[in-house]
Design a protein around this ligand. Structure first.
Ligand SMILES: *[C@@H]1O[C@H](CO)[C@@H](O)[C@H](O)[C@H]1NC(C)=O
Ligand SMILES: *[C@@H]1O[C@H](CO)[C@@H](O)[C@H](O)[C@H]1NC(C)=O
Ligand SMILES: *[C@@H]1O[C@H](CO)[C@@H](O)[C@H](O)[C@H]1NC(C)=O
Ligand SMILES: *[C@@H]1O[C@H](CO)[C@@H](O)[C@H](O)[C@H]1NC(C)=O
Length: 434
């Protein structure tokens, strides 16, 4: 690891523009925009001259920032990037542990690509809690409480609740990633995060959750998914969006074509993954969820408290998943059908493990300390407490005080958080049309 690289990468995410100015910088960028998002300022006319001057500087600075970032990404292979990211994460940890040093600045801008049936509801709730507690601005669907911010058609202006805010800090609802639109919409230093799940396990979950077995008249059979995988093409090609069974994870991340991946498409698939690799700071992997969260906390300079979660999975109890074994032929069909998802998963699972390996020898200790705390808090909350309780500090965290209110928050669903978040938007008059 070259130290100059580490330094550059460690500093990059912290190039925060003054809070009030990022709106202007995006405003000034309007000329180049395909899309204009609501972006409102509250400044008197006397400051207009100053504003224009500021805009020019910020725009210049902003562009330089992008160029620097672009160079670094373009010239380095992904494993190098993982190493640098891990070093930055390690730096953050050193600085954030027990507040010894204020170098590690809590990051608050995050776009989370919510992949269906991959633990993304649980993750979204963690992020909603963080955003609510820190008074952050969420990109929200026009209809409060809706889960849908543009799936499957993608983000469009008329999907969004119009809000009178300087900048958007968080996005956690279902939509489809589009790098141009996202970069226009979100604050300039936004961290991009997604979650993926092992593709076969993902298919099993999606197939039964979306009742595809009954839609195909297979629900009375002994092994509906096996029958489907005997010849998936006879079903999927006739249905819109391939019945949520083909490359669904890639689709959420912007892969346009969910039908057969031809040999020509493979090259495009590789480019697609490599672009995501440079856009996304971290891709969580459901199979290693706790380790993923610890990396997230390091990346964002958050605390254990910020990543505590309800161990009861969301949406888990409501549907039935028969256990089955699959033939080699069926598995091969699935690998062919969802080729991009397999590539994507393999890439980002490898990348997660490089980050873990590069995160230092105390990563395992930190992971165990987090799991212990999360278990303890979950058990405490399961007893419906009426008194608050303090959980002890460790090498990686300060003592954590958990209140009965926090226990209720921990159980909140995405929809309950939406209600709280929308209510605050209304109270603050942030939903005026612009
Ligand atoms: C972080 O601290 C550990 C031990 O305290 C040290 O070994 C490591 O070099 C430090 N990392 C950085 C990037 O400063
Ligand atoms: C996709 O590929 C499968 C297996 O090669 C084939 O049976 C099917 O007809 C193809 N479908 C389309 C829409 O090309
Ligand atoms: C899927 O199978 C078809 C037919 O065997 C083949 O032409 C195609 O290249 C395969 N696609 C992938 C991505 O393996
Ligand atoms: C993820 O990557 C690790 C490290 O390479 C490997 O041991 C593990 O089997 C992979 N997990 C899955 C589910 O493929």
């Amino acid at each position: 690891m070259s130290t100059s690289h580490e330094d550059t990468q460690a500093r990059l995410p912290d190039t925060t523009l003054p809070a009030a100015s990022s709106c202007e910088s995006r405003r000034a960028g309007l000329l180049l925009k395909i899309w204009d998002f609501p972006c409102k300022k509250k400044l008197g006319t006397s400051s207009t001259g100053l504003l224009i001057l500021t805009c020019v500087f910020i725009l210049l600075f902003h562009h330089l920032g992008i160029v620097r970032r672009g160079n670094i990404i373009m010239t380095s292979p992904s494993s190098d990037k993982d190493l640098r990211m891990a070093a930055a994460i390690q730096d953050n940890l050193n600085a954030s542990t027990r507040g010894l040093n204020s170098q590690c600045k809590m990051k608050t801008n995050l776009a989370f690509l919510k992949v269906h049936k991959a633990g993304s509801h649980t993750t979204a709730c963690i992020l909603q809690r963080f955003g609510y507690e820190h008074g952050l601005n969420f990109v929200l669907p026009k209809k409060c409480g809706s889960a849908n911010l543009g799936f499957p058609e993608g983000l469009t202006k008329d999907r969004l609740m119009k809000q009178d805010v300087d900048e958007y800090n968080m996005l956690v609802h279902h939509t489809v990633y589009d790098r141009v639109k996202f970069h226009q919409l979100m604050a300039p230093d936004t961290q991009y995060v997604a979650i993926l799940r092992e593709p076969l396990s993902h298919l099993k979950s999606a197939f039964f959750y979306f009742s595809i077995d009954s839609k195909l008249g297979l629900s009375a059979k002994e092994n509906p998914l096996g029958l489907f995988l005997d010849n998936p093409w006879q079903y999927v090609t006739k249905r819109p969006r391939g019945l949520m069974t083909m490359n669904l994870q890639s689709f959420v991340l912007g892969w346009k074509d969910r039908y057969n991946v031809t040999d020509d498409d493979r090259e495009e698939g590789r480019k697609f993954i490599s672009q995501l690799d440079s856009d996304f700071s971290l891709v969580l992997i459901l199979e290693y969820f706790d380790a993923s969260l610890v990396l997230l906390r390091r990346l964002m300079c958050w605390t254990f408290y910020n990543i505590l979660y309800d161990r009861q999975p969301r949406n888990e109890q409501t549907y039935y998943k028969p256990a089955s074994v699959y033939t080699e032929h069926q598995l091969k069909n699935h690998r062919n059908l969802s080729w991009v998802d397999y590539q994507l998963y393999q890439h980002f699972n490898t990348s997660l493990w490089s980050k873990i390996q590069a995160a230092g020898s105390d990563f395992q200790g930190e992971l165990e300390a987090f799991q212990q705390l999360n278990d303890d808090v979950n058990s405490y909350c399961a007893g419906r407490p009426t008194e608050k309780k303090t959980f002890p500090a460790s090498k990686w965290n300060e003592a954590v005080e958990i209140t009965p209110e926090f226990c209720r928050d921990l159980k909140n669903t995405r929809k309950k958080w939406d209600k709280k978040i929308c209510q605050r938007v209304h109270e603050h008059g942030k939903d005026r049309m612009i």
